[in-house]
Design a protein around this ligand. Structure first.
Ligand SMILES: Cc1cc2nc3c(=O)[nH]c(=O)nc-3n(C[C@H](O)[C@H](O)[C@H](O)COP(=O)(O)OP(=O)(O)OC[C@H]3O[C@@H](n4cnc5c(N)ncnc54)[C@H](O)[C@@H]3O)c2cc1C
Length: 457
C-alpha cells in the first residue's frame, strides 16, 4: 500500500488468533492524518501489529496505520533525550543511538514494535524492578485528539491525560510523537549468569534474590524459562538468566564495544497448515531437551540486543502453531501470591494445556497509568496453541485465580479474558474512563479489545 491510499486488508495480531478485514488508512503527512481523523467516526490506531490479540484490530470503523510516521525528529547526544515519531520502531531508535552509547531504558521481548505501541501498552522489559515500564522515561507525548487538535501531555501538563494515554491502549487519541530519556551504556554487551533449577521453589528463590539486586540497578535484567512439561516435585524447574551491563574492561581485546547488528528481515511467515508443528509431544521433547542440555554458567558475554529480544530471531514462532495461531496468556500477581503461579501451572498441566513457552519475570512498583499492567510482584507468560482452547471460557478458572490473588492480565497480549473481571483486575478503570471520555468526547477511538472487554464506558 502506498501512503494515503485506502486499502482493504485482512489483519490480525501477532498471535494470529483473531482476524478482521478492515479498511486501512496510512497517511504520510500530518495534514492527511488530521483530515482522516475528522472524517471518520470510528477509528482503531495501529502500530506494528505486534500485540498478540485484538488490541490493534477494529470492532467497527477504519484502521489508522501510523507506520509512515517513523522519523527520529531530534537526538541530543549530550542529554540522551530523543524525540521520535510514533510509528518508528524501537529497533530504528536503538540502531541510531546505541553506537554512541545510549539505549532505550525499557525494551520488551521484541524491538520490532513502534514507539506508539510501546507507550499505549506501557510495555515492560526484563529490568522492570529498577527501570519501571516504558512510560517512566517518556518526558512528553504529542497527542492528536478526536477534535483534530494536538496537545502536548506530560507529568506537568494534564497529568491525568498523560497517564491515561500511557497504557491506554490507543483509546485516548493518536500518539504522534514522544520525547524519551535514553539510558547511558558503556558497551552493547551484557554479562550473563545462568542457573539451572530443579523445582518451582528453587526458581522462585533465585528470581526473588535477583529482584533485590534489580531494584538497585535499572540495567540489571532477569528472566526464568520454565520447563512446563515437568510434573510433581519437578514442576516449575527451569533456567534463570541474569544479565547486567558489561563495561569496556570486561571485553576481551578483540571485541568491539558496540557489536554490529545483523540486519534481519521482518517478513511474516505463512502459518503452517492445520495444527502446525506444535503439539503435546513436540512441546514435551523440546522442553525436556532444553532443560537437560542447559548448564549453570557464569560470566558469559552476550550482545545486549540478542539477550533482550531472543524472539526477534524467531519471527516464524506464531506460524508454527498452525492456522489457529497462538494465545499468549500473561498475568501479574503480587509478590506473596507465589501459590497462584503453582495453581496456574498445575491447572494447565492437569487439563492437557502444557504451554509451548513459559517465562517468569520480576516486577517492581507499577506506574501512575490506571491501565498500566505491571504491579510489584511476578509476571508469568504462557504460550498456548489457540486450537487447544476449544471453548472461549477454557481459561476462565485461571482468570479467577489471578483476580482472586489481586492480580491482572496484560491487555496488550489478551485474546481470551473474562470481561467481568476487568474492573476487579484494574480497580482504577473508572478513573481512566473519566479521563478517556474527556479526551474523546466524540467517542471516535475504538478497538476490538476495547469493545470485547468493555474498557470504554
Ligand atoms: C515476540 C514478542 C515479544 C513481546 N514481549 C513483550 C515484553 O517483553 N513486554 C511487553 O510489555 N510487551 C511485549 N510484547 C507485546 C508488545 O510489546 C506490545 O503489544 C506493543 O504494544 C506492540 O506495539 P506495536 O507497535 O506492535 O502496536 P500494535 O500492536 O499495533 O498496537 C498495540 C496497541 O497500541 C495502540 N497504538 C499503537 N500505536 C499507537 C499510536 N501511535 N497512538 C495511539 N495508540 C497506538 C493500538 O491501538 C493498540 O491498542 C511482545 C510482543 C511480541 C510479538
Amino acid at each position: 500500500m502506498t501512503p494515503d491510499e485506502p486499502s482493504t486488508q485482512s489483519l490480525s495480531g501477532w498471535g494470529r488468533t483473531i482476524q478482521r478485514t478492515a479498511q486501512v488508512r496510512r497517511p504520510a503527512f500530518e495534514g492527511g492524518l488530521i483530515g482522516t481523523v475528522l472524517a471518520e467516526p470510528r477509528i482503531t490506531v495501529r502500530g506494528a501489529g505486534k500485540s498478540y490479540g485484538d488490541a490493534a484490530l477494529p470492532s467497527d470503523g477504519i484502521v489508522l496505520d501510523l507506520t509512515s510516521f517513523d522519523r527520529i525528529v531530534s537526538f541530543d547526544q549530550g542529554s540522551g533525550v530523543v524525540v521520535v515519531e510514533a510509528g518508528a520502531l524501537l529497533k530504528g531508535v536503538i540502531d541510531q543511538t546505541l553506537p554512541v552509547g545510549w539505549t532505550l531504558p525499557v525494551v520488551p521481548g521484541t524491538e520490532r514494535i513502534t514507539v506508539g505501541g510501546a507507550v499505549a501498552g506501557d510495555v515492560h522489559g526484563k529490568n522492570h524492578p529498577g527501570a519501571g515500564s516504558f512510560g517512566r522515561q517518556v518526558l512528553w507525548i504529542a497527542l492528536l485528539k478526536s477534535d483534530g487538535t494536538i496537545t502536548q501531555l506530560s507529568a506537568g501538563h494534564d497529568a491525568d491525560g498523560f497517564w491515561a494515554t500511557i497504557g491506554g491502549m490507543g483509546l485516548t487519541g493518536v500518539i504522534l510523537r514522544a520525547a524519551i530519556q535514553l539510558q547511558r551504556v558503556d558497551t552493547g554487551w551484557v554479562i550473563r549468569n545462568r542457573l539451572r533449577t530443579h523445582s518451582l521453589d528453587r526458581t522462585i528463590e533465585a528470581m526473588q534474590a535477583l529482584a533485590v539486586r534489580q531494584e538497585l540497578d535499572p540495567r540489571r535484567h532477569a528472566i526464568a524459562w520454565l520447563d512446563a512439561h515437568a510434573r510433581g516435585p519437578s514442576l516449575g524447574r527451569g533456567i534463570v538468566d541474569e544479565f547486567y551491563g558489561a563495561s569496556t574492561s570486561d571485553l576481551p581485546g578483540a571485541v568491539a564495544p558496540f557489536p554490529q547488528r545483523r540486519v534481519g528481515g521482518t517478513r511474516q511467515r505463512r502459518s503452517l497448515p492445520g495444527p502446525g508443528v506444535v503439539s503435546t509431544a513436540t512441546i514435551a521433547a523440546a522442553s525436556a531437551g532444553r532443560w537437560h542440555f542447559s548448564r549453570s554458567s557464569n560470566s558469559q558475554l552476550v550482545a545486549l540486543r540478542s539477550a533482550l529480544c531472543p524472539l526477534d530471531r524467531a519471527e516464524s514462532w506464531p506460524a508454527a502453531f498452525g492456522r489457529r495461531g497462538v494465545v499468549q496468556y500473561q498475568f501479574a500477581v503480587p509478590r506473596d501470591a507465589v501459590g497462584t503461579i503453582h495453581e496456574v501451572l498445575t491447572f494447565l498441566t492437569d487439563h492437557g494445556l502444557t504451554p509451548a513457552l513459559t517465562t517468569l519475570k520480576n516486577f517492581g512498583p507499577g506506574s501512575a497509568g490506571p491501565l498500566s499492567f505491571p504491579m510489584p510482584g511476578w509476571t508469568l507468560a504462557v504460550d498456548l496453541p489457540a486450537r487447544w482452547l476449544h471453548h472461549p471460557r477454557t481459561l476462565q478458572p485461571v482468570d479467577k485465580f489471578v483476580a482472586g490473588a489481586g492480580g491482572r492480565i496484560y491487555l496488550a497480549k489478551d485474546a481470551v479474558t473474562d470481561p467481568e473481571l476487568i474492573p476487579v483486575m484494574y480497580p482504577r478503570l473508572r478513573t481512566w474512563q473519566l479521563t478517556q471520555r474527556r479526551l474523546d468526547p466524540a467517542a471516535r477511538w475504538t478497538s476490538a479489545l476495547g469493545t470485547r472487554l468493555g474498557l470504554v464506558a
